[in-house]
Structures are given as structure tokens and as C-alpha cells.
Design a protein around this ligand. Sequence first.
Ligand SMILES: O=c1ccn([C@@H]2O[C@H](COP(=O)(O)O)[C@@H](O)[C@H]2O)c(=O)[nH]1
Length: 238
Amino acid sequence: MKTPIIIALDFASKEEVSRFLDRFKGEKLFVKVGMELFYQEGPSIVHDIKEKGHQIFLDLKLHDIPNTVKSAMKGLAKLQCDLVNVHAAGGQEMMMAALEGLDQGTQAGQKRPFCIAVTQLTSTSEEQMKKEQLIQVPLEESVLHYAKLTKQSGLDGVVCSTHEAAIIRQALGNEFLTVTPGIRLKEDAVGDQKRVATPDDARKAGVSYMVVGRSITRSENPVESYQKFIQAWEGVQL
Ligand SMILES: O=c1ccn([C@@H]2O[C@H](COP(=O)(O)O)[C@@H](O)[C@H]2O)c(=O)[nH]1
């Protein structure tokens, strides 16, 4: 079975990443490199992690004018990650430009990375969205709207919370990826996340991948915590 978990490597240095990955003793993982790590270490961190045989989601959430996003994606394609992303709020023209950049930057014989779009961040509540973004529809409707726009733009899926994953699959099909952060075991601290769910909820909603960060990376025993998440996904009572 493919791993249902993407581990968010929210570390500040490659040494911390190395120490963390070494604990898994060669097990092949799907990991996420986000802004914190990429801005500290640059593209070499992607090469280092790929060399160890792990799959990579490069989570830089591009959001700029179409021409800038296209050029940035052309460069990022050369890193040969498995998954990259943009913000759907950047609009259809920007998302299409992201794909064009990826196509142009992908070398012959290589596979273009999957490209997904962030709908509403899992740290955003409906109340915040209405007050701060002035979007006066239910949050689920806003997420579904962005997901439809993402699909129309030709992208491969979205980042959303587990709570919206089932309606997105229903509307846009099982092939359209739903990648869901905000995953916690019942006993875990929620922190800054607003739309959280358990691995069991995520499996029932049919999500493609769960993203888990601090519950694994800040755990005293990350390997054991990772296994707990897999078991919880499989419906094992912990
Ligand atoms: O809507 C989003 C988009 C991305 N993220 C990222 O996922 C992880 C979650 O980490 P936790 O420690 O499990 O909360 C983090 O890297 C975020 O940048 C997200 O949380 N929500």
C-alpha cells in the first residue's frame, strides 16, 4: 500500500532533518519540505532528501502574478519533486501559468510534478474567513469553489481540510487529489490549526494523503508516532 502520510519536515536546518530521517533506518517516506526549511537550506535540501530515496512534496504555496509564478515553476520543475503547489486564490490564469512553467521546466523523459492548489488554509476558521477575507459564504462552499477552479485550470488536486474532502471527491472525482493537513490524534495539541481531524476521519472521507507535522516531528519517539498514525488510519483502536 502507498503511504497515506506526508510528514511535514518543518525544521530549520539540514542537520535536524538528517537526524530525524536517520531514525527511520532506511524506510522510504513521503515528506514535505516547506518554507522554513527551503528558505534556510535552498534547493540542496531537496537533492539530499531525494538521494535518500524519499518522495517530496515541495510546499512553497506560490501566489504571485502569472508570469512570475510561471518562471518560478520552470525553475522548481528542475528539482524533480513529486508534488508542488500554489494558492488557488491566485486565480485561474496564475494556476494555468504554473502548469505551463512546470511543463517547460520538466526535461524530456522526466515526469512533471503533480501540482495542487491550497483552497482555504486549515488554520482558517469560517469566522475568520468571513471577517478577514470578506467571503460571505460557508467555508465549505468557498473551498469547493476553489477546488472547481483548480480543476478547471488543469491542476491535479487541492490542499483542503478533511472536512471538505468528501464533497470535493463527490464533485470532482476520485482521481482529483485531496491532500489534508490539520491531522491530529485525539490526545494531540491542536496548536494553530482550526479545521482538524483524526486519521480515521481522513480515511473515511477518502483523502488521498494526510499531512502530519508536529505530532510526529516534535514527538519523543517520531517512528512510534508515525506508526501510530498509520495504525489509526487503518482503523486500529489505539
Ligand atoms: O492549509 C494548510 C496548508 C499547509 N499546511 C502545512 O502542513 C503542515 C501541518 O503541520 P502540523 O504541525 O501538523 O500542524 C505545516 O507544514 C503547514 O505549513 C497546513 O497546515 N495547512
